[in-house]
Design a protein around this ligand. Structure first.
Ligand SMILES: [Zn+2]
Ligand SMILES: [Zn+2]
Length: 73
């Protein structure tokens, strides 16, 4: 698979990930890695938080940037 953003500029770069938002392939230069925390555990058990990463393309990263703080209280 090739990077979608590089493809539009006539370059064929291999992808290092897939955008979570639109599913486009992104190369190392275009990938935006965003940290995200996921709560695990049941209501009766001890909850714990796991830090995971999210891969976004530049377009989706820009679109999600303004709402990101609201999602992580
Ligand atoms: Zn690229
Ligand atoms: Zn995207």
């Amino acid at each position: 698979m090739h990077c979608l953003d590089c493809r539009t500029t006539g370059t064929n770069s291999p992808t290092v990930g897939v955008c979570r938002g639109c599913g486009a392939g992104v190369c190392a230069a275009h990938a935006r890695i965003a940290p995200r925390s996921v709560r695990r555990g049941s209501l009766t058990g001890t909850p714990c938080e796991a830090r995971v990463r999210t891969v976004l393309c530049p377009v989706c990263a820009a679109a999600e940037a303004p709402v990101a703080p609201a999602l992580t209280p």
